[in-house]
Design a protein around this ligand. Structure first.
Ligand code: NDP
Ligand code: MG
Length: 389
């Protein structure tokens, strides 16, 4: 069998490591085109050498020399900077992982769609900021967009072979995050370390803190709205502390199709890697008899104000997703820097959305990448300029 050409954007991150874990188990099956990272040059170079990538790219233009040294005489090409990232995305590949964190993943993902292969989308920011643009470009270039976020992979799998018109609603589950048992009154005191440990999933720092605030779930609700073309009233979220049911699709006949599995991203990544087939994956199997119980409850809006904001964003449409994501990223930066409290993040994001709505810069007809990135910058500035108390 001819090896499949694959590229992994964000190869040094949590999604990237899980993707490369699957690739390393069957190296003959893949011809690695490009691997990208940002600051972690050692891991990037190691993976590129072992997997014999054509090119290793750091998006940080100042790290080219470090990367060259780390690649030694391996024959792997080194490249650095934003231009190099886009050039890597232009290199034809059959399957590309979009695993960069943040809005930085949007432009390379859009470029990768142009060669008409498969884009495995872990970077949820792409859908939140630019859902209609991503879908339009995928259709235009004949590319396949597959969800990797576990909940969206679960929904996608529960939709296989079904009539989309028969879907009544989708239910996205969430663990409630690392602070779910804290009294609401203590949440303002939570530190990044408190918020940065997850009860079930092992993920990058930013998404783990976003899980504690449920900003991650808010992003996922918007992502589901865009990916599956569902109106906000047909999307719900429920807290499910065990993280074993990843999402559910309810059909008009009352059937509720749940996707269950161990919380291991290699399932969703592997599903996207092998789609439309299913292949064996090295993930734990659930022992139903040992699973004492499955709990579900509605999220408390006072504890998780981000969820309400997600529905406001879906209803506002246009640039609201880009503004929401940027404000959320900037608020998280301020929280990590110790400038604002945990609970200030949702308050500040709501304020930025209010300002943008009031000043009329949420509106746009079919926004393109430049308009989206401009709204992103404006939202970050707006958040930085908010009063500190
Ligand atoms: P990590 O922080 O673990 O990894 C991020 C990756 O992006 C790293 O390769 C990092 O490079 C690279 N990177 C960081 N900043 C930039 C930049 N400015 N330009 C280009 N590349 C950059 O994140 P995760 O793997 O957790 O998440 C990646 C994406 O997948 C996010 O959108 C997240 O929401 C989504 N996701 C993640 C899940 C998970 O289990 N982790 C689950 C579902 C979705 P370096 O490390 O070298 O600096
Ligand atoms: Mg998820």
């Amino acid at each position: 069998m001819t090896p499949r050409r694959i590229s992994v954007f964000g190869a040094t991150g949590s999604i990237g490591a899980n993707t490369l874990d699957l690739v390393r188990r069957d190296p003959e099956a893949y011809d690695v085109v490009a691997l990208t990272g940002h600051a972690n040059i050692a891991d990037l170079a190691e993976a590129a050498v072992v997997l014999r990538a054509d090119v290793a790219v750091t998006s940080d233009g100042d790290r080219l020399d470090d990367l060259r040294v780390a690649l030694g005489g391996s024959g792997v090409e080194a490249a650095a900077g934003q231009g190099a990232l886009l050039e890597a995305a232009d290199r034809p590949a059959d399957w590309v992982m979009s695993g960069i964190v943040g809005v930085a993943g949007l432009a390379p993902g859009l470029r990768a769609l142009r060669h008409g292969g498969t884009l495995a989308l872990a970077n949820k920011e792409s859908m939140v900021c630019a859902g209609p643009l991503m879908l339009a470009d995928a259709a235009r270039y004949g590319a396949t967009l597959l969800p990797v976020d576990s909940e969206h992979s679960a929904i996608f799998q529960a939709l296989v072979g079904e009539d989309r018109d028969a879907v009544e609603k989708v239910i996205v589950t969430g663990s409630g995050g690392g602070l779910r048992d804290w009294p609401v009154t203590r949440l303002p005191d939570a530190t990044p370390a408190d918020a940065g440990s997850h009860p079930n999933w092992d993920m990058g720092q930013r998404i783990t803190i976003d899980s504690a605030s449920m900003f991650n779930k808010a992003m996922e609700l918007i992502e589901a709205h865009e990916l599956f073309a569902l109106p906000p009233e047909r999307i719900e979220t429920v807290i499910h502390p065990q993280s074993l049911v990843h999402a559910l699709v309810q059909y008009v006949d009352g059937a509720l199709m749940a996707h269950m599995g161990a919380p291991d991203m290699r399932h969703a990544i592997g599903y996207a890697l092998h789609w439309p087939h299913r292949r064996p994956l090295p993930v734990d199997r659930l022992d139903l008899a040992a699973m004492a119980r499955l709990d579900f409850h509605d999220p408390d809006p006072e504890r998780y104000p981000a969820i309400g904001l997600a529905f406001d964003v879906m209803r506002a449409g246009a640039l609201a997703g880009a503004v929401f994501n940027a404000a959320k990223e900037a608020a998280l930066d301020r929280f990590l820097a110790g400038e604002i409290r945990f609970t200030d993040m949702a308050r500040d994001v709501a304020r930025v959305l209010d300002v943008a709505q009031g000043e009329g810069w949420l509106d746009a007809d079919a926004p393109d990448l430049d308009m989206i990135l401009q709204a992103d910058r404006r939202a970050r500035e707006c958040l930085r300029d908010l009063p500190r108390t």
